[in-house]
Design a protein around this ligand. Structure first.
Ligand code: NAD
Length: 494
């Protein structure tokens, strides 16, 4: 059985806890690897290594830190296929989707290449007579990242690129369901010239997470995952004095107004709902269809579903792979099975005719869904698209704004005024106008509102640099001996 251990101090370190987790091949349903699950003592070792690497890395000049990021950029670019193959093997997403994940992750490394510019402070000459004031950004120390199963390469890149470029050292706790991409990233960072100990991977579960949350030498924690765990991470981490950004789950609504191009809206809804088998925090999971066009839109979505090729990544032409585990597949299936009993209409039942091996489901479409039904209230995180019918703009926005989540949303319309009003009104962190999956480019920051984010700082981009640095303000005077005198008054600027 293939064994996946930890990456500490620039090398693979075998786990000693005696505990391990199962890594499945979701396309076959069989176990393919055992992953070591770290004990608290193993986490302590990784943090101690990161702490001892910090002073030298922090003192490494900005040009050199940028150079390491440039090398890493080249290495990830050259190894796109290798990384994507690891993703398809453990996550199950098809190769094209996995390559897309690597490409979007790479943008974050490219952003971090500009670190000399990003770390600039401010300067005020002659703030008082002969006195200059300036601010500088300094790294925090050892910072930790805890990541979900659905983007095993991109989400770590959201974190470590800026964290390392800012001069921090990093301990990553990836999802135990698909940990291999993180191990490979460790190797690539070493090849890129990152000194040993600056980037470490501890594989594990709640034991490792809890130790990171309480460890006195961990200064900050970035988390991406489900809302209940995000809330727990935020509450526990901040209670222990850490800076925390914890991104949670989502329920992303796509509002289709009556004037929208319905073929374009149907293409977008199908792509955004079923891509990556719906296991994306920015997936469209609810279409809000204006009454006047709802029947047409549902018919157009339904027509497109049979053409989606569901199958393993290894099979030519597969567009949608399996779900991550059998347990998760059964949970998703439960929402489709339960929908008719709640009064909804199952238009396409994706629980039938699925491949007999692996954790597959076909795409499902459920119409006439209203708040209060489980398939509306919960984040399903699978290939299930629900449709709720709304009277029009006001009704749609009210529904979006009353949802507990606020990660992403989109409006489909040809009315520029309505689109602008939507941007103004909607209580969601990332908004698309005729764009169904509005993941910001790496020089903006990513983050939701409400129960989709705990903490004040969005992840990556400029807010990522702020998260991984703290500011110091220096007030400096080099006195002119000719003007020196004793003055017991309180320093004033005028
Ligand atoms: P998860 O919350 O189950 O796990 C995320 C991480 O937390 C993993 O590393 C896991 O080991 C750890 N963890 C799990 N249970 C824990 C516990 N009880 N105590 C401490 N740590 C624990 O999430 P997942 O199933 O891996 O990922 C899917 C979820 O992530 C979805 O809800 C999705 O919306 C969300 N997500 C959000 C974003 C975003 O940017 N907002 C991005 C990707 C995924």
């Amino acid at each position: 059985m293939n064994r996946i251990s930890h990456w500490i101090d620039g090398k693979v370190v075998e786990g000693t806890s005696g505990r391990s987790g199962v890594v499945f091949d979701p396309a076959t349903g069989q176990q393919q690897s055992a992953v070591d699950l770290a004990s608290s003592a193993e986490v302590d070792h990784a943090v101690a290594v990161a702490l001892s690497a910090f002073p030298a890395w922090r003192a490494t000049n900005l040009s050199r830190r940028a150079e390491v990021m440039f090398h890493m950029r080249e290495l990830v670019d050259a190894n796109r296929k290798e990384i994507a193959t690891l993703l398809t093997k453990e996550h199950g997403k098809v190769l094209g989707d996995a390559l897309g994940e690597v490409a979007r992750g790479l943008e974050n490394i490219e952003f971090a290449c500009g670190i000399p510019n990003l770390m600039k402070g401010g300067y005020s000459e002659q703030a008082s007579t002969g006195v200059d004031v300036y601010s500088i950004k300094q790294p925090l120390g050892v910072v930790a990242g805890i990541t979900p199963f659905n983007f095993p390469a991109m989400v770590p890149m959201w974190m470590f690129a800026n964290a390392l470029a800012c001069g921090n050292t990093f301990v990553l706790k990836p999802s135990e369901k698909d940990p291999s991409a993180s191990m490979f990233i460790g190797e690539l960072l070493k090849q890129a010239g990152l000194p040993d100990g600056c980037f470490n991977v501890v594989n594990g579960d709640k034991v490792a997470v809890d130790r990171l949350l309480e460890h006195p030498d961990v200064q900050a924690v970035s988390f991406v995952g489900s809302t209940p765990i995000a809330r727990y991470i935020y509450e526990t981490g901040t209670k222990n004095g850490k800076r925390v950004q914890a991104l949670g789950g989502a329920k992303n609504h796509m509002l289709v107004l009556a004037d929208a191009d319905l073929d374009m809206a149907a293409d977008a809804a199908v792509s955004a709902a079923y891509g990556s088998a719906g296991e994306r925090c920015m997936a469209v999971s609810v279409v809000l269809a204006s009454e006047a066009i709802a029947d047409d839109l549902v018919a157009k979505i339904k027509d497109r579903i049979p053409a989606i090729k569901v199958g393993p990544a290894s099979e030519d032409g597969s567009e949608m792979g399996p779900l991550i585990t059998g347990e998760h597949r059964d949970k998703v299936k439960g929402y489709v099975d339960g929908a008719p009993g709640e009064g909804a209409t199952v238009v396409v039942d994706g629980t039938v005719g699925v491949p007999t091996t692996g954790f597959f489901l076909n795409p499902s479409l459920i119409d006439n869904v209203t708040p209060g039904m489980k398939c509306y209230d919960d984040e399903i995180f699978g290939p299930v698209l629900t449709v709720s019918r709304v009277h029009g703009y006001d009704d749609g926005v009210a529904l979006i704004n009353s949802n507990q989540y606020g990660n992403g949303t989109a409006i489909f319309t040809r009315d520029g005024g309505a689109a602008r009003q939507f941007e103004f009104d909607v209580q969601v962190g990332m908004v698309g106008v005729n764009v169904p999956v509005p993941v910001p480019v790496s020089y903006y920051s990513f983050g939701g509102w409400k129960n989709s984010l705990f903490g004040d700082t969005h992840i990556y981009g400029p807010e990522g640099v702020n998260f991984y640095t703290r500011t110091k303000v220096v007030t400096k005077r080099w006195p002119d001996p000719r003007t020196s005198k004793v003055d017991l008054g309180f320093p004033q600027n005028r």
